[in-house]
Write a protein that binds this ligand. Structure first.
Ligand code: SF4
Length: 391
């Protein structure tokens, strides 16, 4: 993995002239020491906190560690900051924004990668949306390993940065930090990433094949076992059936099957009418829409299953849950005209599973970046798919 290094050109021209004037350097040496002291002890941090490590970053500014005592304060503006502390997982969608904020910081500037997610992607490095280390797109000066590193570790990282700044100001060679995940003490990821030399050539094909054959038609009460790929008995309790919904579906919508472990299936052309009827019956709260992909097998089509949930409001609340099954190239009527709350949730299912909702006013991606190719939660989508230039 290429690690980015940028040239540092932040010495003032007047300062260079003074240094090259014979004898003057003796006079300016104390001044230089004063400036270096000021620079090292006024490192303002731009907090690029995205997840759990961000909590430790916040704690480092609180009373116990109190980063203020070394002149380090958090600034919410990149233009007033010296050090970007990236604390947390960075995704492919977020990486260009982080890079832009980095570019908006004036020189001299430094970067600290706080926590193993920022350093290498850690647990998530094989997942399709995660960048495997921020030094793939910005230069990192100090790595603070840990999951999460505590506030004292961040303080130690800042002290290491101060030492480096001192060496730079003295014109000494500053050794670059090794990425901690290259260290033998850190376990390499169980699944080698795309592009890694250790990755078997046929792994992507095997992953895709495994996804396609993972019991989508499993019998009731059966779940998948990741390692063996075999069905295992499930132990979850079955929720009670909503008798009001069962009667409605049977009498007015011609539904005859009511499985205990799955919502009843309603045909796509009656689904909007069902939602409108339920709304009039008092099911006024939109609970969820959740889709899954059932890839084609012998004798069956490539399908999407889209489950909807509504709820009555107030005491003695009841839930109505049903599903619609359509071939992946067909549409499902959107519930946005009836429930405004369906808007973002349907967009999410479109983004991740590729379900197309007819009549949705603004059907576009919501979680992945606009130029993302494919729908990551489809079963034929490799979990560690490459996404250049970020992963
Ligand atoms: S390194 Fe650990 S604590 Fe930090 S963001 Fe990642 S998972 Fe959370």
């Amino acid at each position: 993995m290429a690690v980015i290094e940028e040239p540092r050109s932040y010495f003032h021209p007047l300062y260079d002239v003074m240094l090259s004037t014979p004898g003057l350097s003796v006079g300016v040496a104390p001044l230089d020491r004063l400036l270096t002291w000021g620079l090292k002890n006024a490192l303002w941090v731009f907090p690029m906190a995205t997840s759990c490590c961000g909590i430790e970053l916040m704690a480092s500014a609180a009373a116990r560690v109190d980063l203020d005592r070394m002149g380090t304060i958090m600034r919410a503006s990149p233009r007033q900051s010296d050090v970007m502390v990236v604390a947390g997982t960075i995704t492919v969608k977020m990486a260009p924004r982080v890079r832009r904020l980095w570019d908006q910081m004036p020189e001299p500037k430094w970067c600290i990668a706080m926590g193993s997610c920022a350093i290498s992607g850690d647990f998530y490095r094989n997942l399709y949306p995660v960048v495997p280390g921020i030094d793939t797109f910005i230069p990192v000066d100090v790595y603070v390993p840990g999951c999460p590193p505590n506030p004292e570790a961040l303080m130690h990282g800042l002290m290491r940065l101060q030492e480096k700044i001192g060496l730079q100001r003295e014109g000494k060679l500053v050794p670059s930090e090794p990425r901690p995940d290259f260290d033998a003490m850190v376990r390499p990821p169980a699944l080698s990433r795309i592009g890694d030399a250790a990755r078997a050539a046929d792994l992507s094909d095997r992953q895709e094949q495994a996804a396609l054959t993972m019991c989508p038609d499993a019998a009731p009460g059966v779940v998948e076992d990741e390692e063996k790929g075999f069905a295992q008995p499930a132990t979850q309790a079955t929720p009670p059936l909503n008798t009001e919904l069962v009667e409605l579906l049977r009498d007015r919508f011609g539904v005859t099957e009511f499985p205990l472990n799955a919502p009843p299936v309603v045909s796509a052309d009656k689904h909007l009418e069902l939602a409108a009827t339920l709304q009039k019956m008092g099911y006024r709260q939109f609970l969820f829409v959740a889709a899954s992909h059932r890839p084609a097998k012998e004798g069956s089509e490539d399908l999407c299953e889209v489950a909807y949930g509504l709820r009555t409001v107030g005491a003695g609340t009841k839930e109505a849950i049903w599903q619609v099954r359509v071939p992946t190239n067909q549409t499902v009527p959107s519930l946005v005209p009836l429930f405004a709350g369906a808007d973002w949730q349907e967009r999410e299912q479109y983004d991740l599973v590729g379900v197309k909702f007819a009549g949705h006013p603004d059907l576009r991606r919501i979680m992945m970046s606009d130029d993302w190719v494919g729908h990551p939660l489809r079963r034929d989508y490799p979990a560690d798919k490459e996404c250049a230039p970020w992963r």
